[in-house]
Write a protein that binds this ligand. Structure first.
Ligand code: PBG
Length: 327
């Protein structure tokens, strides 16, 4: 054995102290963005059946939840609205008194320093459940763009700090940038869902947001999960159109795409750890089949290792508590 030549990698794994010294990737509370679902009505704190631990909040109960997020040191939330009234163009998305606008006003009044991101899409607000205007059974691209710009402007007027357009029409970043600039909001950043795949991992969110399409699917606007180079083209066009952050969604099955988009763009990258990724972990841990804390910390660390700067995740509150425990 004396003449064998090899490297002793285990030297750097020998103690917790040494492992910590050579750890390359760190997860911090400030990396996290927490999603909140807001609904009309009063006295509602309804758990989403397919997403244990995630609730629909009516505005009268929302303050305590937001206070908790702030107290934990999570710097940003993203607001999803579940409206009462829907129509063919999703007009409650851009009403001054829409559920999202009301929620943002209330949150910013209590927590001016909390960064509030508005998801800008129409699918929760349209009666057909698609993300754009429909004609002859088709989702129309260009006619949808001005509705998105209107929605973004109304969200910023309500106090949103960042606009996150998620609807995957071509030119949506250009249209929203133009709309915001015209309205004088030149300094409001756009966090674009630049690379959004047509994914079965959104299933629980659609239960939560009541946003399943009533006919067809989203394959004519969301990306084919098989495509990598197309993700770079999508990222490139959003960069040209004025995006400030790029979201890759979902995260877990697309870590390779996160890495490539990061290297290609040099932009701040957000990984969206979507509903189906959350619910799978919850279901398995409720069965005692996995260790929830370890699995979640491993997954989120992997997203950062892949190149994500920020992670949008339903686990955010638990993650902060677990990081504190591990200190
Ligand atoms: C709406 C939207 C979706 C998600 C975020 N914004 C669903 C969809 O495209 O059907 C999914 C989020 C998740 O699954 O956690 N455009």
């Amino acid at each position: 054995m004396k003449d064998l030549q090899f490297r002793r990698h285990r030297r750097l794994r020998g103690t917790a102290g040494i492992r910590k010294m050579v750890r390359e990737t760190h997860l911090h509370p400030e990396d996290l963005i927490y999603p909140l679902f807001v609904v009309e009505g009063t006295n509602m704190k309804n758990e989403v059946p397919s997403m244990p631990g995630v609730f629909h909040w009516s505005l009268d109960l929302l303050d305590a939840e937001v206070d908790e997020v702030v107290a934990l040191g999570i710097p940003a939330i993203i607001v999803f609205g579940v409206p009462d009234s829907k129509d063919d163009i999703g007009s409650s998305a851009f009403h001054d008194h829409g559920i999202v606008q009301k929620a943002i006003r209330q949150i910013k009044a209590n927590h001016p320093d909390l960064t509030v991101i508005a998801d800008t899409c129409l699918c929760q607000f349209t009666d057909h459940g698609h993300c754009g205007v429909i004609e002859g059974g088709k989702v129309l691209n260009d006619r949808t763009l001005n509705l998105l710009a209107k929605t973004a402007v109304s969200q910023v007027e309500a106090g949103a700090d960042i606009i996150a357009p998620s609807n995957m029409m071509d030119g949506f970043v250009a249209a929203i940038r133009h709309g915001l600039d015209e309205a004088g909001f030149i300094d409001v950043p756009i966090m674009s869902y630049a690379v959004k795949f047509s994914s079965a991992f959104y299933g629980p969110f659609r239960d939560a947001a009541h946003s399943s399409p009533k006919f067809g699917d989203r394959k004519t606007y969301q990306m084919d999960p098989a495509n990598r180079l197309e993700a770079l083209r999508e990222a490139e066009s959003d960069m040209e159109e004025g995006a400030d952050f790029l979201i890759v969604k979902p995260a877990l099955s697309y870590l390779d795409v996160i890495r490539e988009v990061k290297d290609f763009s040099g932009f701040p990258i957000v990984a969206y750890n979507v509903s189906g990724e959350y619910s799978m972990v919850k279901a398995a841990s409720q069965n005692g089949w996995i260790n929830e804390k370890e699995i979640v910390l491993e997954k989120l660390t992997s997203m950062k290792r892949a190149g994500a700067d920020l992670i949008l995740t339903y686990h955010a509150k638990d993650v902060v508590r677990w990081l504190q425990e591990n200190e």
